[in-house]
Design a protein around this ligand. Structure first.
Ligand SMILES: Cc1cc2nc3c(=O)[nH]c(=O)nc-3n(C[C@H](O)[C@H](O)[C@H](O)COP(=O)(O)OP(=O)(O)OC[C@H]3O[C@@H](n4cnc5c(N)ncnc54)[C@H](O)[C@@H]3O)c2cc1C
Length: 364
């Protein structure tokens, strides 16, 4: 649904303005909620547990100058299908900062470590075919099927955790090679066979996904986003969205107040929070909670219905780690040096190399 349609519906249903609403968490969800609730005429205050606002949107700057290099420690890509995010980018006057986000598969100089040897990603499928025996050289399958399978392996090896890499190989061996052999793969090879259009392949072949293991199927769902050619980023850092939201709202934001209990009563909601080591209790007319479930489920929660508790306790969060290196020069732009990514979705921002998923980096 369009963001504007949703907001119109909220406005129509906003029959009693002037409520006092306490928002828990000053990440992007809490700040957008404050922004919209204020516009609807409510009185809002925000309680944030950490010393900073922004939550999982966090631009780290290597210096104080305006053009200091930076790395996104949290969100960095905006898929063009994320209409709500793009709505606020526009609303907050940041549209001119939107620019293309280059994925590792579009970057000609991206390297991958395959079993201790370093290759350009675009060469990896051919090399994989030579290095791996078994399915990648099995002449019962056409050359096209084998190359496509090698591409799948390269993509999965590049951006997925270890168990999935094994999962793909097992699935390929047991039945996915047969499935690929049945399909016409030629439309999905790009020029010079230097990449495949995995997005189109996944979208147009639901039967293939249906035959993948659950974990692999979920990975392919993600990969449609991860490898997309229509990803955007905000030149100057994602935190600009947070800064603009903070500037646009009147609501007080109280940092360093860590909520430890939420008790929902029919007439009001009570929260306990810790500030400077001391526990305080607050009565709130209304509470809008944006604290992640992974934190909420460790709190004392009373008065929540079963369905909510079930979601809070059973939603799985994938751990994510990023490592950013700051170098004196952008040496990888110099042909003498080669930057080796062992496993990465990466972005180069001036002098910063940013790696996802605890990926080690080496320079040879
Ligand atoms: C490494 C990484 C990369 C990502 N990359 C992308 C991407 O490229 N594109 C994309 O769209 N999304 C990405 N995401 C996801 C995106 O960052 C999140 O979906 C989004 O920022 C979540 O916002 P939120 O406000 O719901 O939660 P959060 O940002 O987590 O905000 C919750 C707030 O609650 C506060 N809080 C926590 N506990 C308490 C407490 N006890 N009391 C009071 N306050 C508390 C936190 O400090 C935080 O400020 C990424 C996330 C991570 C971690």
């Amino acid at each position: 649904m369009l963001t504007t349609t949703l907001l119109d519906m909220c406005e129509l249903n906003n029959l009693q303005p002037g409520k006092k609403i306490t928002i828990l968490g000053a990440g992007i969800a809490g700040l957008v909620a404050a922004y919209e609730l204020e516009r609807l005429g409510h009185q809002v205050d925000i309680i944030e547990g950490s010393p900073r606002v922004g939550g999982r949107v966090w631009t780290h700057r290597f210096g104080t100058e305006n053009d200091a290099p930076y790395a996104e420690l949290g969100a960095m890509r905006i898929p063009s299908s994320h209409h709500h995010t793009l709505h606020y980018v526009k609303e907050l006057g940041l549209s001119d900062k939107l620019c293309k986000f280059m994925t590792v598969f579009e970057e000609q100089n991206a390297f991958i470590n395959l079993e201790g040897k370093i290759f350009k990603i675009k060469d990896a499928p051919h090399i994989l075919q030579q290095r791996y025996q078994g399915i990648f050289t099995d002449t019962r399958y056409s050359e096209q099927t084998r190359l496509f399978a090698a591409w799948l392996k390269t993509i999965v090896d590049t951006i997925s955790p270890g168990d999935l890499r094994e999962g793909l190989e097992n699935d390929l061996k047991s039945h996915l090679m047969d499935e690929l052999e049945r399909l016409d793969l030629s439309p999905y090879f790009c020029e010079d066979n230097e990449s495949i259009d995995l997005q189109s392949f996944i979208k147009q072949n639901p039967g293939f996904r249906a035959r993948c293991s659950k974990a692999l199927d979920m990975f392919f769902e993600d990969i449609i986003v991860e490898t997309g050619k229509d990803l955007l980023q905000l030149q100057g850092g994602m935190e600009q969205i947070i800064d603009r939201l903070v500037d646009s709202i009147q609501s007080p934001i109280k940092c360093n107040q860590r909520v430890v209990a939420i008790r929902v009563n029919p007439e009001f909601t009570e929260i306990d929070y810790i500030e400077n080591g001391e526990k305080h209790t607050r009565h709130c007319d209304y509470v809008l909670c944006t604290i992640p479930f992974s934190v909420l489920r460790k709190m004392e929660l009373t008065g929540f219905d079963e369905r909510k508790l079930n979601s809070i306790h059973n939603t799985y969060y994938c751990p994510a780690t990023k490592v950013a290196f700051h170098t004196k020069e952008a040496f990888w732009q110099n042909k003498v040096f080669v930057v080796v990514l062992l496993l990465a979705v990466k972005v180069y921002v001036k002098h910063t190399i940013l790696l996802l998923n605890s990926i080690p980096i080496a320079v040879v």
